[in-house]
Write a protein that binds this ligand. Structure first.
Ligand SMILES: Nc1ncnc2c1ncn2[C@@H]1O[C@H](COP(=O)(O)OP(=O)(O)OP(=O)(O)O)[C@@H](O)[C@H]1O
Length: 297
């Protein structure tokens, strides 16, 4: 049987007539691994997540699950790939009780023994049965995100896309939620962790993809990448580990050394090491087992 992985093949996404939010993205999400996708605000992370969730269609390229085009698949796809959004306040229906929130996907997919599945899912995220009859406003932020994760886990999906799942939480709650993703990995689930938070990446991820202005600039084994980043943008990103959400940081950190224009390398105008050729062409190479798109290599 073909290995069950999620695979993006040269996925591009254009908004309007000329804005490319994603350019030629190829990536593989293995099962039982946490793959982190990092990049600053506006780099295209959420757009990529939405494409995997079939909420957006790529302008070109393909997304495959176990070799099948996901846009040709039926309802079974939503059973195999589920989602945890950033803000559980908006992603959970305020009128529903926890029981109904957890049951909803089970009803859609005609799962039997729903009560048992619901209770099990709740237990896995560390909440007891007393939560079943509560509504989202009766829960703390951390508990709401636990419920969102329980809902995502209930169908035992092969993959979970988590888009900034800890952004709305304080530091101690963050760690608890990240631990749940680590547990999901041990159960064989593949996780795509979309984040701007390098600390979360350090703590959980196995594989790291670095996205900048819609282009993958570097990816590979997390340990190697954090220890010895190759791309000047990855180095820049790690030197500026955000203490706060990007929207709250001072703009000064992002000074461009020349005005931005559409060079072959999207980091051209920020890069201290740029060469003349970076304006016209960008080399993509494998160095020490990882991918880097940079003319320095
Ligand atoms: N539906 C849309 N129509 C037009 N432009 C869009 C649309 N969705 C996203 N974009 C643009 O695409 C770019 C990438 O957006 P995206 O939300 O994917 O980035 P992101 O890396 O997730 O950022 P953030 O961390 O701020 O959510 C942005 O410039 C955004 O304005």
């Amino acid at each position: 049987m073909k290995e069950l992985d999620l695979r993006l093949e040269k996925v591009s996404k254009r908004f309007g007539s000329s804005f490319w939010a994603l350019r030629d993205i190829s990536m593989v999400l293995p099962k039982g691994r946490i793959t982190a996708l990092v990049g600053e605000s506006g780099s295209g992370k959420s757009t990529l997540g939405k494409i995997i969730l079939r909420l957006e269609r790529p302008t070109s390229g393909r997304v495959l699950l176990g070799g099948m085009d996901i846009f040709a698949m039926g309802k079974e796809y939503t059973r195999m790939v589920s989602v945890v959004f950033q803000d559980p306040t908006t992603s959970l229906n305020p009128r529903m009780r926890v029981r109904e929130i957890l049951e909803e996907p089970l009803v859609v997919h005609k799962v039997k023994d729903r009560e048992k599945v619901v209770v099990e899912a709740l237990q896995k995220v560390g909440l007891d049965n007393s939560f079943l009859d509560r509504k989202p406003h009766q829960l703390s932020g951390g508990q709401r995100q636990r419920v969102a994760i329980a809902r995502a886990m209930a169908l035992k999906p092969a993959f979970i896309v988590a888009d900034e799942p800890t952004a709305s939480l304080d530091a101690s709650r963050k760690r608890d939620i990240l631990d749940l993703f680590v547990e999901l990995r041990s159960m064989g689930t593949g996780v795509l962790l979309i984040t701007h938070d390098i600390t979360a990446v350090k703590y959980t991820a196995d594989i790291l993809y670095v996205l900048y202005r819609g282009k993958l600039l570097e990816y590979g084994d997390k340990e190697k990448l954090l220890l010895e980043p190759l791309h000047p943008y990855t180095r820049y990103l790690l030197d500026h580990v955000p203490a706060r959400h990007p929207s709250l940081r001072s703009k000064g950190e992002w000074t461009e050394t020349v005005p931005f224009f559409d060079a072959a390398c999207p980091f051209y105008s920020m890069c201290r090491y740029r060469k003349e050729e970076c304006e016209r062409s960008l080399r993509e190479v494998i160095v020490d087992g990882r991918f880097v798109a940079c003319n320095l290599y």
